[in-house]
Design a protein around this ligand. Structure first.
Ligand code: ATP
Ligand code: MG
Length: 265
């Protein structure tokens, strides 16, 4: 019964073998999804999913979120709205091992649909409820709505006010609205929440977020899912090379592009 004493809400996720006629179709044809059939331990306060565009990060994060009871388009477990059903069949094939207790709170952030989450909360608050507005937990009781905040400010409010201790947070590219300074501030917030027994699973392209000390970094690519050290990540190497000498790096890249393709001669 070791799971009952684990500080992590999610311990493991595995994908059951899909029906034979689905093996070669999306999402079961993605190498990281196939790798999930061997099971993946999630025992870390912060787990990052990293990889090229189209590698499968959102597909896996979204399926995990739905399997954990979150709305497929984002939000808390209690939020139910749908603008377009776009989640894959993967969620119904996932077996998620939990630690036996429920997180006190949680949130599934899909960066591209956070605007819709805010609108859904506004609509719920417009209905007579006899309870404080839900938006208060996002604004910290400041009043108003997150639609009156900038893109990055609304993400920041989510982290500062809506995210609390003992929570389970699945975040898809949270950096997309945040300045580099705010990303570093978010690392401080994640650290504070992790120390209060929150668990984060984050899909990201941010070399800043990925630097979170002690994070487990999972690289998704054509080989499947590989735990990878920060310094060995392709994106970290790319940023280092670029920032060391941006002009030289771009000159080399553009010159290579300008060279005639021998195959076209
Ligand atoms: N409904 C669908 N039908 C077929 N293929 C799909 C469908 N939805 C997504 N895909 C494909 O699945 C692959 C993985 O997509 P996914 O959104 O998980 O990538 P990602 O790693 O999150 O990429 P990004 O960094 O761009 O967000 C992509 O090649 C995508 O085109
Ligand atoms: Mg994605």
């Amino acid at each position: 019964m070791a799971g009952l004493t684990s500080p992590y809400w999610l311990l493991r996720v595995a994908c059951r073998t899909p029906p034979g006629d689905q093996v070669d179709v999306h999402p079961f044809n993605l190498p990281p999804v196939q790798a999930l059939q061997r099971g993946l331990a999630l025992t870390a306060p912060v787990t990052f999913l990293v990889g090229e565009n189209g590698s499968g990060k959102s597909t896996i994060l979204e399926a995990l979120a739905v399997a954990c009871g979150f709305n497929p388009e984002g939000g808390s477990v209690n939020l139910r709205f749908s603008t377009r059903a776009s989640h894959s069949a993967l969620c119904s094939h996932l077996a998620v091992t939990r630690n036996g207790s429920k997180p006190r709170t949680g949130f599934f952030l899909r960066a591209e649909s956070f605007y819709n989450v805010i609108s859904a909360i506004e609509e719920l608050d417009a209905e007579p409820a006899g309870a404080p507005p839900l938006m208060d937990s996002y604004t910290g009781g400041r009043g108003g709505t997150l639609h009156e905040r900038s893109h990055g400010e609304s993400f920041w409010d989510l982290f500062m006010h809506r995210c609390g201790p003992q929570g389970l947070y699945l975040l898809d590219e949270p950096e997309s609205a945040l300045s580099p300074q705010r990303q570093l501030a978010v690392i401080c917030r994640i650290q504070a929440l992790a120390q209060e027994r929150s668990q984060f699973i984050i899909a990201t392209h941010s070399p800043l977020l990925l630097a979170y000390p002690g994070a487990r970094i999972l690289l998704l690519d054509g080989r499947g899912i590989t735990e990878t050290a920060y310094d060995d990540l392709p994106l970290v190497r790319l940023y280092r090379g670029m920032l060391a000498d941006p002009q030289k790096r771009l000159r080399t890249m553009l010159a290579a592009m300008a060279e005639p393709d021998p195959g076209q001669a």
